[in-house]
Design a protein around this ligand. Structure first.
Ligand SMILES: Nc1ncnc2c1ncn2[C@@H]1O[C@H](COP(=O)(O)OP(=O)(O)OP(=O)(O)O)[C@@H](O)[C@H]1O
Ligand SMILES: [Mg+2]
Length: 493
């Protein structure tokens, strides 16, 4: 491989030499044309036209060669004795010397300018690519979209022919999560690979850092064989580290032997850091969702437990007390009318307390929700509403317990708000299953102006809906009623 790299450098140098010869010859011809009209020594400067492009495209060493060639050509064709490299007069010798130095200095400057321009271009490309990826991270796009975007950006920026991203699995394998290539190649995405043979992922894990591979020739293992089929030669791999643990690897490969520039690892690191940030964000979001869901579920379970305790405990005792009182009343002699009246009052008070307790228990968690499901529970809620209500309940099938509870409390709080704040003459409650979501809408024709920042009820609703991965929408323009819509996904809730 070293030999191949040397031979391509030799070809490049030979092409440069040929270009230098042609350019010097062309300028010599030009000077020949101007010779009868202009002093030839002043035309010497035209050789810079040959030196400059060579300096820009082939660098300073070849520019020096071109300058020397130019001086020879000038001495040979234009300085007496003609067709000889000897210089008879000192003036010409000094002129040629000055030209030589000037050409070398100008050539070196031009070469440096070119290098600076290329570096600036590279940096600007890198910054643009990083910005594009950072925007996607900020937008929290789906991980698969981000992985694909990063893999393509890395591939293009490094001048690679192929790039891929792989995730380390707990069982010691890797899964391809994204791939990009500019050559016809099938790179498996979504498939798992063993790391038993040579592979970039295995080397990155072993070294716990970036690695370079020059060849897969003769190597065994599924990945190495795939690499051989595609014709991968020069490769580079960089780790993706999330919260201190090795999460995956980004690899770029070429089908030629020209090594990646020295700065490539640092370049790729900028992208792997963004990928790590996105993964950390996604994991934090998932944890937050799960913990919100746990809070909601725990709160609902507690309400249900309180309702059961009230029902089976205090409520039952009051019922049996009322029955015993009734029995006792029958035993009171008719002449004790005052006592009878007193006991009647106690019985009435006991029945009121029982009703109140039932009502409280229903407010905490209606038993009918667990027994009959969402629609019967909403109907019972509607019957107790203090403002006129119209129910359109199309969500018939039984849903998961926490989804039914969330939808019920959602309607319950929205109805309480409508009664408390809206001054509406009608509230319309609609439930529907659309696609894979339960849609619940409460619309009133009141004064509008509902605002999340003025209480805890609406905020609690948003938490409740989002905890189940749903979306809450509030539309409440002043003077034009309030519509609260919640969409709960049916899957996972
Ligand atoms: N249907 C509605 N019509 C008009 N205004 C509303 C409606 N619902 C809510 N609002 C307004 O939005 C505010 C916030 O409602 P939110 O339910 O968060 O708080 P609250 O009802 O005032 O108190 P709580 O925290 O006990 O629920 C209310 O104070 C009220 O001004
Ligand atoms: Mg409220």
């Amino acid at each position: 491989m070293e030999r191949r790299r040397t031979s391509s450098a030799v070809v490049r140098r030979l092409t440069g030499l040929l270009a230098a010869g042609l350019l010097v010859a062309a300028v010599t011809g030009l000077i020949k044309l101007g010779e009868p009209h202009v002093p030839t020594l002043s035309l010497l400067v035209l050789y810079l036209l040959a030196v400059l492009p060579i300096a820009i495209f082939w660098g300073t060493p070849l520019a020096v060669v071109t300058a020397v060639l130019s001086v020879w050509a000038y001495a040979y064709f234009f300085v007496s004795p003609l067709h000889s490299l000897l210089l008879a007069d000192a003036q010409n010798a000094i002129g040629l010397g000055v030209f030589l130095v000037t050409a070398v200095v100008v050539g070196e400057l031009a070469a440096r300018l070119r290098r600076a321009a290329l570096e600036a271009q590279r940096l600007s490309n890198e910054q643009s690519a990083l910005r594009r990826v950072a925007t996607q991270v900020a937008r929290a796009v789906a991980p698969s979209v981000l992985f694909t975007a990063v893999t393509e950006e890395v591939g293009r920026l490094c001048g690679a022919d192929l790039a891929r991203m792989e995730r380390y699995e707990p069982d010691g394998t890797v899964t391809g999560v994204a791939a990009w290539s500019r050559v016809p190649a099938h790179l498996a995405v979504g498939e798992r690979f063993d790391l038993d043979g040579l592979s970039i992922a295995r080397e990155v894990r072993r070294r716990a850092g970036p690695i370079r591979l020059d060849s897969f020739a003769g190597a065994s293992g599924a990945i190495a064989q795939e690499a051989q089929t595609i014709g991968i030669r020069s490769s580079i791999g960089c780790p993706v580290t999330v919260g201190g643990r090795l999460w995956g690897v980004v690899a770029a490969s070429k089908t030629n032997d020209i090594p990646f520039p020295a700065a490539t690892e640092a370049q790729i690191a900028g992208f792997t850091e963004l990928v790590a940030t996105a993964i950390e964000n996604a994991e934090a979001r998932a944890e937050l969702m799960a913990s919100r869901a746990r809070v909601v579920v725990t709160a609902d379970r507690t309400r249900r437990q309180i309702e059961r305790n009230l029902h089976d405990g205090a409520q039952q005792r009051l019922v049996s007390l009322a029955l015993r009182l009734q029995t006792a009343q029958t035993k009171v002699p008719p002449e004790l009318s005052e006592l009878t009246a007193e006991l009647d009052q106690v019985h009435g008070g006991l029945t009121d307390a029982l009703d109140e307790l039932r009502e409280t228990a229903r407010g905490i968690h209606p038993a009918i929700l667990a027994e009959g499901g969402l629609s019967p529970a909403l109907k019972s809620l509607g019957r107790r509403s203090t403002i006129p209500i119209r129910l359109t309940l199309r969500a018939q099938p039984r849903l998961s317990e926490r989804l039914e509870a969330s939808a019920y409390y959602f309607v319950s709080e929205a109805l309480t708000n409508a009664a408390k704040h809206s001054q509406a003459s009608l509230v319309v409650v609609t439930t529907d299953i659309t696609g894979d979501a339960l849609r619940v809408e409460i619309r009133d024709n009141g004064q509008g102006g509902a605002d999340f920042s003025r209480g805890t009820g609406l905020l609690g609703l948003r938490d409740r809906v989002e905890a189940l991965g749903g979306r809450l929408n509030l539309d409440s323009p002043r003077g034009a009623g309030t519509t609260l819509t919640a969409e709960f996904p049916l899957t996972g809730s």
